[in-house]
Design a protein around this ligand. Structure first.
Ligand code: ATP
Ligand code: MG
Length: 449
């Protein structure tokens, strides 16, 4: 399979093009900007580089220069706007193998690519190597491009390789477990076990035996020796999910084990030394629990050497397309489908919806839509009704706000009207007022529509 590096900052367009090319049996990697592309070109080998002329942090001509200098044999195709043909010609003089003007159609792009590949057979040798080398590690963790995601990723990259205890907070479905696993993968313990324990699912009475194990016969029901999670995770990472659910008694036992770095299975007389890194997650406010005396402060500090807060999906909307694309690839794979992308109005719905179930909900929606789609693109009609019916309503924090002061009242009305595309019935609904009230207010504030 021939590998293509696609360099294009328009996320929606590049993902669509990627999927289209993959459907035609190319292996496609994307860079969204100059710097990233440069690093990728220097690091990996590709059979073809397909780059936009204009990138937010550089241009295609300079990239062409870099390719010619470092990967001489790799053919480069430039994508240009209509008005840039003269630049494209210049590019060809400098060694680009071809150019294509946007917008282009599907046949055109396939034609240009296969031509370019055929005229540079020498590069074929490098292909096999690339396919093998492609790192799998990142494939289960999507980084995102929103500023919130960049910050998140920075923290993860920083704390990952250390041995610090990390407390991950975030609402349901935001990706706490995924982040925990990724942190483990970044650490020196990556080849040792990652053991995830859902503290919310363990009854208090058996928590100690779950954590520390027990000897056969040590209590009724202990019919065999059992290894505890601490021992199973030895030299690796122990991930305690919903740690706020541990009883006070269990918190004490946990703290003791962490401080002493040794545990004693129930009914055993021997202590076992354990070396584990601890990552915990919670979707409740642990500090509040500390204040209320429900969670031990000393344990809280022991768990919280570093905190990572994962944002809600609606705080990282710039990532929507990247996640949509990722979930679609996954769904295509599991359902044995070959869907290329999303129609524009589907992307709009994704954008307007509030995603209370965060990434988990997003993944489920896309999987279901993939199953229901028979054409090349996912259309609005296969989305669940809660997304399409009141996508705008649920997105609006407006609803919860009341008309408290005159100042914000006008503001709220204007925002609601914008959100509803000036549809007054819809705007009134968003504001939880009658249409008549809305009309009166529009008049009162002299709002022009
Ligand atoms: N960074 C990411 N990259 C790829 N997929 C992700 C990412 N974050 C979350 N997901 C997806 O979202 C789903 C939910 O993630 P996860 O189970 O980690 O959430 P959670 O915060 O632990 O949720 P809960 O609080 O309900 O347990 C995962 O199955 C995965 O598909
Ligand atoms: Mg979880």
């Amino acid at each position: 399979m021939k590998s293509i590096l696609l360099i294009e900052d328009d996320v929606a367009f590049s993902n669509m093009l990627k999927r289209f090319l993959e459907k035609h049996n190319y292996k496609v990697s994307i860079s969204y900007g100059f710097e990233d592309a440069k690093a990728t070109i220097l690091k990996d080998d590709f059979d073809l580089i397909f780059t936009d002329l204009r990138l937010p942090d550089g241009d295609g001509l300079t990239l062409l220069e870099i390719v010619k200098k470092n990967k001489e044999k790799t053919p480069v195709i430039l994508m240009t706007g209509y008005a840039e043909v003269s630049t494209a010609v210049k590019a060809m003089k400098q060694g680009a193998i071809d150019y294509i003007s946007k917008p282009f159609n599907q046949d055109e792009v396939l034609h240009v690519i296969s031509n370019a590949l055929n005229s540079s057979n020498q590069t074929a040798i490098t292909t096999k190597k690339v396919e093998k080398k492609e790192t799998k590690i990142n494939s289960d963790f999507v980084t995102g491009i929103s500023s919130t995601s960049k910050k998140l990723n920075e923290y993860i990259q920083l704390v990952g390789p250390t041995d610090m205890s990390v407390l991950i907070t975030g609402e349901s479905g935001t990706g706490k477990e995924v982040v925990a696993k990724f942190i483990h993968k970044l650490s020196l313990r990556k080849n040792k076990p990652f053991v995830a324990v859902d503290c919310g699912a363990i009854p208090n009475e058996i928590a100690a035996s779950e954590f520390f194990g027990h000897k056969k016969g040590s209590f009724t029901g202990a019919i065999n020796d059992k290894k505890g999670h601490f021992e199973s995770a030895n030299h690796g990472t122990l991930f305690l999910d919903e740690v706020g659910n541990l009883s006070y008694e269990n918190q004490i036992q946990l703290l003791r084990a962490l401080q002493e770095r040794r545990i004693k299975p129930i009914g055993s007389s021997e202590e076992i030394e354990v070396d584990i890194r601890l990552i915990t997650a919670t979707n409740e406010d642990l500090l509040k629990a500390v204040e209320k005396g429900q969670f031990r402060e000393d344990l809280y500090h022991r768990l919280n050497e570093f905190t990572i807060k994962i944002p809600n999906l609606n705080e990282r909307k710039d990532d929507l397309i990247i996640f949509a694309d990722y979930f679609l690839s996954k769904a295509n794979e599991t359902l044995n489908k070959n869907i290329i992308g999303f129609s524009d109005d589907v992307l709009k719905v994704f954008h307007n919806y509030s995603w209370p179930g965060n990434l988990r909900e997003f993944g489920n929606v896309i999987k279901r839509a993939t199953l229901l789609t028979s054409g090349d693109f996912i259309q609005k009609k296969v989305l669940p009704t809660e997304l399409t019916q009141d996508s705008t309503v649920s997105d609006l924090p407006l609803q919860t706000k009341s008309f408290s002061t005159k100042d914000n009242e006008k503001d709220l009305i204007i925002r609601a009207l914008e959100q509803a595309n000036n549809n007054k019935t819809h705007a009134a609904k968003l504001l939880s007022v009658t249409r008549k009230t809305l009309y009166n207010k529009i008049k009162e504030y002299n709002i022009s529509l």
